[in-house]
Design a binder for this molecule. Structure first.
Ligand SMILES: Cc1cc2nc3c(=O)[nH]c(=O)nc-3n(C[C@H](O)[C@H](O)[C@H](O)COP(=O)(O)OP(=O)(O)OC[C@H]3O[C@@H](n4cnc5c(N)ncnc54)[C@H](O)[C@@H]3O)c2cc1C
Length: 388
C-alpha cells in the first residue's frame, strides 16, 4: 500500500503549515493554559478553509478527503496544539456525524454557523451509568404527535459548556436497535446545561439534564436502529482523535529536540547524553509507526467509512505514542517542560485524555482481540460462565 502523499496533498499540507506558523504559533503557549474556547482561532480556521474539509461543497464544506482533514489537523497541531483541537472539532466528531446523516433542512439550519467557526456542536453520548458500555444508555425519547419528548442526563461532553447544538443519543426502545439520536438546541425548555467542570486538559464540560424536553420531530437525526450507522461513522472520529494525538506528541517531540540541541549541562548539549538520545529514538519509532497505522486506516477508507479493526489499531498506537512522546518531552525539558511557559505540559495533559475518550485503550484492545480471534467476546456479566 502506498502512503506517500501526492503532490497535491503535500502542497496542501505545506500551505496549512505556513498558515499555522504565521497565524497560530505565536499565541500557542497562552492558548494552552486558557480555559476559554478560542473563537478567534475557529473563525481564522474557517476563513482558511480548514473547517468542514470533508463536508461536500453543496453543503458549504470544502469537498476534500479524510486524508486532507488529517493533514490539516496535523499541520495546525504541530504549530499550536490547542488550535489543532479547533480543526478537529470542525471536521470530526459530532459535526461529521451531523453532516453525514442530517436532512437538507437540518443542514441548512445548522451548518452555516458551525462551518463559519461561530458555533459549536457537542456530542451527548456518555451517561452517569453508561460509559464504555455505551449501549446501556438510558436517556429516553417518547413520541407525542409532532413532538419528541426526551428524558435523561449526559456527562463529559466536549464543548458542552459552549455549544449551541447537542447531538444526543437516545433510546426509542430496548436493545441496541432501540438507540438513535436527536438534535437539541441550547435554550430548549426542559434542557438544563449544568454547572461547568473541567477536564485535566483544561477543557470545560457541563452535565446535560433533559427533563420532559420537548423538541420538534424535524430535529430527529437518526431514529430507531440508527446506533449502528452512527457507530460506523464514529470510526472517522477515532481517526481524527488519532491524528491529533500523534501530532500533539510530535509537537512535544520537536520542542524537546530543540531544547536538547541548545540546553547545556555539564558543559555539553543535552543531546550528547546517550540516556536522552535513546528517548528520542524510542519516541521517533513510536510516532512514525503510529502515523503509518493512521495513514493505512485513512487511505484504505478512501471516501467511505474506515475499517473498525484498522481504526482501533491506529487509535491505540497514536494515543500511546502521543502520550509517550509528550511524557518523555516533559522529562527531557526538565522544569521548563513541566511549566506553563512551555506547551509540552499541555501536550501531556491533552494526550492523556485521549486514552480514555472516544474508545479507551482497553476497549480498543478488546476490539483488536476480536479481530485477531475473528469472534465476538461479550463483555456482559450474564454471558460469562457461572461458577459452580
Ligand atoms: C477528554 C474527554 C473527552 C470526552 N468527550 C466526550 C464527548 O464529547 N461526548 C461524550 O458523550 N462523552 C465524552 N467523553 C466521555 C468518554 O466517552 C468516557 O469517559 C469513556 O467512554 C469511558 O467511560 P467512563 O469514563 O464512564 O469510564 P468507564 O466505562 O467506567 O471505565 C473505567 C475504566 O474501566 C475500563 N473498562 C471498562 N470496561 C472495560 C472492559 N470491558 N474491558 C477492559 N476495561 C474496561 C475503561 O477502559 C476505563 O479504563 C469524554 C471523555 C474524556 C476523558
Amino acid at each position: 500500500m502506498d502512503f506517500t502523499l501526492t503532490d497535491e496533498q503535500r502542497m496542501f499540507y505545506e500551505s496549512v503549515q505556513k498558515f499555522a506558523r504565521k497565524e497560530l504559533a505565536g499565541g500557542a503557549a497562552e492558548r494552552a493554559i486558557s480555559h476559554q474556547f478560542p473563537w478567534d482561532v475557529a473563525e481564522k480556521c474557517a476563513q482558511a478553509g480548514l473547517l468542514g474539509i470533508t463536508v461536500p461543497e453543496k453543503d458549504g464544506g470544502v469537498g476534500g478527503t479524510l486524508v486532507d482533514a488529517i493533514l490539516a489537523i496535523q499541520a495546525v497541531a504541530e504549530a499550536c496544539p490547542r488550535s489543532g483541537d479547533i480543526v478537529q472539532a470542525g471536521n470530526f466528531g459530532p459535526i461529521r456525524t451531523f453532516s453525514e446523516f442530517a436532512t437538507e433542512e437540518q443542514k441548512a439550519r445548522f451548518l452555516p454557523g458551525l462551518l463559519a467557526g461561530k458555533e459549536l456542536i457537542s456530542l451527548g453520548m456518555t451517561e452517569p451509568d453508561a460509559g464504555s458500555a455505551v449501549t446501556e444508555l438510558a436517556t429516553s425519547v417518547t413520541e407525542d404527535g409532532d413532538d419528541l419528548i426526551i428524558n435523561g442526563s449526559k456527562i463529559f461532553g466536549t464543548h458542552s459548556s459552549e455549544a449551541r447544538l447537542f447531538l444526543v443519543y437516545v433510546r426509542f426502545g430496548s436493545g441496541v436497535d432501540g438507540i438513535g439520536s436527536v438534535l437539541v438546541e441550547k435554550g430548549t425548555p426542559g434542557l438544563t446545561v449544568g454547572k461547568s467542570s473541567r477536564f485535566m486538559n483544561g477543557e470545560e464540560w457541563s452535565p446535560l439534564f433533559l427533563d420532559n424536553c420537548r423538541i420538534p420531530r424535524k430535529n430527529l437525526l437518526l431514529g430507531r436502529g440508527g446506533f449502528k450507522r452512527q457507530i460506523a461513522g464514529f470510526n472517522i472520529e477515532r481517526l481524527g482523535n488519532s491524528a491529533r494525538a500523534v501530532a500533539v506528541g510530535r509537537h512535544a517531540f520537536n520542542l524537546a529536540r530543540e531544547h536538547a540541541m541548545t540546553r547545556k549541562q555539564f558543559g555539553r548539549p543535552l543531546c550528547e547524553f546517550q540516556g536522552l538520545q535513546w528517548k528520542f529514538a524510542d519516541m521517533a519509532v513510536r510516532l512514525e509507526g503510529a502515523q503509518l497505522l493512521l495513514m493505512r486506516a485513512a487511505v484504505s477508507a478512501g471516501n467511505g467509512l474506515p475499517s473498525a479493526q484498522e481504526t482501533a489499531m491506529a487509535k491505540l498506537a497514536c494515543n500511546e505514542a502521543g502520550y509517550f512522546a509528550a511524557n518523555e518531552a516533559v522529562q527531557i525539558m526538565g522544569g521548563l517542560g513541566f511549566s506553563e511557559e512551555s506547551t509540552a505540559q499541555y501536550c501531556l495533559r491533552r494526550t492523556r485524555g485521549w486514552m480514555i475518550a472516544g474508545g479507551s485503550i482497553e476497549i480498543l484492545k478488546n476490539r483488536i482481540a476480536e479481530g485477531v480471534f475473528e469472534r465476538r467476546f461479550s463483555q456482559r456479566a450474564e454471558s460469562r460462565p457461572v461458577a459452580s
